[in-house]
Design a protein. Structure first.
Length: 321
């Protein structure tokens, strides 16, 4: 189903803003997210690119109703905390990217999670994109609505061309929204910058058919940026409620001390504006039905991988021709 459950980013920002007086409570809560199921042989076996001072975290939003339900990864991003260049980055990995899935042949990137969970997804990303991935966070769509509702909404710029498709998903998302204060169902009536509630924001993130999958990824990043801004401005009294609502929907192989250290690194960078990149790059890719894989993006590895590595490790922003 939906996407952008990777609002673990917002959680990481939240972590560094909580005062030391509630450290014990925070540590206990973060420990409930820990997932030790990842195969360390996979996490540690590659010699793919890594750079000291740069941390990459794979963020996975699943389309299952629970974290335990078998599902495809509905959206995937790499969060880069770059202490070398003092910047934060988000790389969207198109779910329809045509890749070699170890043991399963060629297919869509998001199928790797359904075939073999986080272990196979990481192995697929590392092998195809030549990146070393050590950390991950898996989130499902319930957490997204809960975070937005706790923040009192998220501000986005809705285009007129998006309204019809956005409203199409609202009834279903409204039913899944467990907020007892959600009131009567409300549709989006006009374009422009506006605040969306939980089920409206989830609907916004699910828009797909009226434009490209790459535009959908752009909307996901816009929502993430809006939520990070919301967490920064959140009243300290609402931190426990936010954590209680979202943590049951998150799994990560990062221990509490690692999350706190990462949050501290983000605070030192100081600028919570995320640079962004779409992968693969549309001008170096062919989109369309291919063999038995359905609609996929087939990309030029010699053109796309250097751009990806330059963005993550050299802080070079890509500008389309």
């Amino acid at each position: 189903m939906s996407n952008l459950k990777k609002f673990v980013i917002a959680l990481l920002v939240l972590v560094i803003l909580i005062p030391a007086g509630v450290f014990g409570y925070l540590y206990f809560k973060l420990d409930t997210m820990y997932d030790g199921s990842a195969d360390n042989k996979i996490l540690n076996k590659t010699n793919y690119k890594e750079v000291k001072g740069i941390t990459n975290i794979l963020l996975v939003g699943t389309d299952g109703r629970t974290l335990e339900e078998a599902s495809r990864s509905d959206s995937m991003m790499i969060l880069t905390v770059d202490n070398k260049n003092k910047s934060l980055k988000l790389t969207s990995l198109a779910r329809d990217t045509y890749v070699d899935i170890p043991g399963h042949g060629n297919g869509k990137l998001n199928a790797a999670f359904a075939y073999g969970g986080i272990n196979l997804l990481i192995e697929t990303i590392e092998n195809n994109f030549k990146l070393d991935i050590q950390n991950y966070a898996i989130v499902n769509f319930f957490s997204f609505m809960d975070i937005v509702n706790t923040l009192g909404g998220v501000v986005v710029d809705v285009k007129s061309s998006e309204i019809q498709e956005l409203n199409k998903f609202i009834p279903e998302c409204y039913e899944f929204d467990k907020d007892k204060n959600k009131g009567s169902i409300e549709y989006i009536e006009h374009a422009g910058t506006q605040k969306l509630n939980g089920y409206q924001a989830l609907s916004y993130g699910r828009i797909r058919k009226n434009d490209s999958a790459l535009e959908r990824d752009r909307r996901q990043r816009e929502l993430i940026q809006g939520m990070v801004s919301g967490v920064k401005n959140l009243s300290i009294t609402k931190y426990p409620a936010l954590m209680d609502s979202v943590l049951p929907y998150i799994k990560t192989n990062m221990k509490p001390t690692e999350i706190l250290a990462l949050g501290t690194d983000m605070l030192k960078i100081g600028n919570f504006h995320f640079k962004s990149l779409e992968f693969p790059m549309e001008e170096y890719s062919i989109g369309g039905s291919y063999k038995n894989a359905g609609w996929v993006w087939r990309y030029d590895e010699d053109k796309c991988l250097p751009i990806l590595h330059d963005f993550i490790f050299e802080n070079k922003e890509y500008k389309s021709n």
